[in-house]
Design a protein around this ligand. Structure first.
Ligand code: CTP
Length: 389
């Protein structure tokens, strides 16, 4: 039997079909965003279904890093998602699809195997209620988990040796090589870049990712994300919470992050970070290659966007940066002393350290899960170029 595969980038399929894309969506990444984008392109209404923490433990023999409620929060922010179903069974039956009032189940071109060792979608495939989208090569929850586990191991080794602190991480670039390499998520070959594709499309459909140019200090280039209507109210809620009505996100280059935090960072490349952010409905614009600690360049951006508030987290601060800030892990400071721009402290439930702590607590079990999943993944995850079809 052959299945429909979505191969069109720009043509929006006008359809009122209801589609359901199910998954764990743990450590939300570009593969998930791209799967949701493609699924939305296949039909008119997209339901994202997440499996419960218990179901993931049962069927994937692994502990999710994000709880189901955290995974749902992220999915609610994705601009292609119209509805979310929680506690979806790992193996979806035709009766489940009818219960959820959807016409088709959608999945990437990998096969999900349930706890019983069988294809989770076999029943919907046989019933002709299954559509395939192209899996994004080279990225998965497992890949990211592997990189995070190696990072935790490396930090633990340093702690045991009594020589870990932020400044050391910053300054001593060579120490990592002797402690075992932390593998970054590979930079993808963007031979057919998403951006270039969009440029070629002229008037594009609503499902494109974004438009992009890079920041250079003389002209604050930016791109305006194509906003798409969605039924749930998360966008407005988020905006109300953030004290503003327009959200510009500045993204540091990989090189800038390596310089600020350490040679093994970032784990996720600029392309991946940009495309993931552009999938979120509350993000209005992205500034790629945003400056860090260059106050003149920052000021240009603030003026250009008429910024009124800056969202701060534990990584950034106001005022000139000092060596003790670096020691404490404050890496970025904004030039706000004499301006009317207000800083807002954003309470973050999850940050990078929370994730590493969760991994540390479960490190043995997660290590086993990673090895098991990684060996399975290799069977179908052939290296290939980054494909945004
Ligand atoms: N998906 C995709 N491309 C990826 C990863 C996932 O298209 N690189 C799709 C899957 O095919 C599935 C959905 O996203 O339809 C949800 O995937 P999920 O169950 O979260 O799988 P992974 O991210 O692959 O997680 P794991 O590594 O744990 O299998």
């Amino acid at each position: 039997m052959t299945f429909d595969i979505c191969t069109s980038w720009s043509s929006k399929v006008e359809s009122h079909e209801r589609l359901l894309l199910d998954g764990c969506f743990d450590l939300f990444h570009l593969g998930h965003a791209n799967a949701l984008r493609q699924a939305k392109q296949l039909g008119g209404y997209l339901v994202a279904a997440t499996h419960s923490d218990h179901e993931i433990r049962r069927c994937k023999e692994g502990e999710p890093i994000y709880s189901q409620s955290e995974r749902v929060k992220i999915l609610r922010a994705v601009k292609w998602v119209d509805q979310i179903i929680q506690n979806a069974p790992y193996s979806l039956t035709v009766a489940d699809l009818k219960k959820f009032r959807v016409d088709y189940s959608v999945h990437g071109d990998d096969i999900s195997i349930g706890a019983d060792g069988l294809d989770c979608h076999s029943e919907t495939k046989t019933a002709g209620m299954y559509k395939i989208i192209r899996r994004t090569r080279g990225i998965s929850t497992t890949t990211i988990l592997g990189a995070l586990i190696r990072l935790v191991t490396q930090r633990e080794t340093r702690e045991v040796n009594g020589n870990y602190n932020h400044s050391q991480q910053n300054s001593n670039c060579d120490e990592n090589t002797s402690l075992g390499e932390v593998h970054k998520i590979p930079q993808q070959k963007l031979s057919k870049s998403a951006f270039a594709k969009e440029e070629n499309c002229g008037k594009v459909a609503a499902n494109v990712w974004c438009r992009s140019t890079f920041f250079d200090s003389s002209s604050p280039n930016h791109f305006n994300l194509n906003k798409e209507s969605k039924n749930n109210s998360i966008t407005d809620d988020e905006k109300a919470k953030s004290h503003g009505d327009y959200l510009v996100v500045g993204l540091f280059s990989d090189q800038t992050i390596s310089g600020l935090v350490g040679p093994n960072y970032p784990l996720i490349s600029l392309e991946h970070r940009a495309l993931c952010l552009s999938a979120l409905s509350m993000v209005d614009e992205l500034v790629i290659n945003a400056p860090a600690n260059n106050h003149d360049q920052m000021q240009v951006i603030m003026d250009h966007y008429k910024v009124t508030h800056i969202a701060m987290n534990s990584m950034n601060h106001i005022g000139p940066i000092t060596p003790s800030d670096v020691e404490l892990g404050f890496h970025i400071k904004y030039p706000l002393e004499e301006s009317s721009i207000e800083a807002i402290e954003i309470p973050t439930e999850i940050n990078f350290d929370t994730i590493l702590t969760r991994i540390k607590i479960n490190s043995v079990k997660l290590g086993e899960t990673f090895e098991m999943k990684n060996s399975k993944t290799l069977l179908f995850e052939l290296p290939g170029e980054f494909n945004l079809i």
